[in-house]
Design a protein around this ligand. Structure first.
Ligand code: S3P
Length: 188
């Protein structure tokens, strides 16, 4: 369908029925994967799970603690296993940490078994949004603007492998969630 009118409940139910795989949100820290993901799951009447929360629960540690005590490669191993399990469990919407889709094995799995959606956003907005919380190990050792600019350059071509891309500006997350649903409907 074309996006000429807002999605109504019947549209949402029809599109939700066509979605036969988990919707996996990828993109940089601060693009709003978790907030948009929750809204998306509500609109589709499916469950939502945040991969970082699942990793922390499995490790019984926070994400900064995992980085501090065991290092990033250990975190990536856990992330790979947890995301594989979440996809296997068939959750409706899964938000991933910004580096998950950069890992070749995790990326291949998501592309094969899920619907990957890249949420993109300009770096200035990401700098503002990520400044609100101090829980991101990769932003602690340096200037967040420089780090996010570098990560956007390095990771952009990888995120671009997701079949669906949606921009999230400073507008309501509901709008981004609805754009994602329209884009999935057109892509399926
Ligand atoms: C990371 C992003 C974080 C978290 C970890 C590493 C990354 O998740 O997984 O700090 O490599 O970009 P968010 O994207 O939810 O902040």
């Amino acid at each position: 369908m074309t996006a000429t009118r807002p999605l109504n409940d019947l549209d949402l139910a029809r599109i939700a029925r066509r979605i036969d795989r988990p919707v996996v949100l990828v993109g940089l820290m601060g693009v709003g994967k978790s907030t948009v993901g929750r809204r998306l799951a509500t609109l589709l009447q499916r469950d939502f799970v945040d991969a970082d929360d699942a990793i922390a629960a499995a490790a019984q540690l926070t994400i900064p603690e995992i980085f501090e005590q065991f290092g990033e490669p250990y975190f990536r191993d856990g992330e790979r296993r947890v995301i594989a399990r979440l996809i296997e469990e068939g959750h409706g919407v899964i938000a991933t940490g910004g580096g998950a889709f950069v890992d070749p094995a995790t990326r291949a799995l998501i592309l094969e078994r899920a619907i990957a959606v890249w949420i993109d956003c300009d770096v200035a907005t990401l700098v503002q949004r990520t400044a609100r919380r101090n829980s991101r190990p990769l932003l602690k050792n340096g200037n967040p603007r420089e780090i996010l600019t570098r990560l956007a350059e390095e990771r952009g071509p990888l995120y671009a492998q997701a079949p669906i891309k949606v921009l999230s500006e400073n507008g309501p997350h509901d709008l981004t969630a609805r754009r994602i649903i329209e884009a999935i409907d057109q892509w399926l």
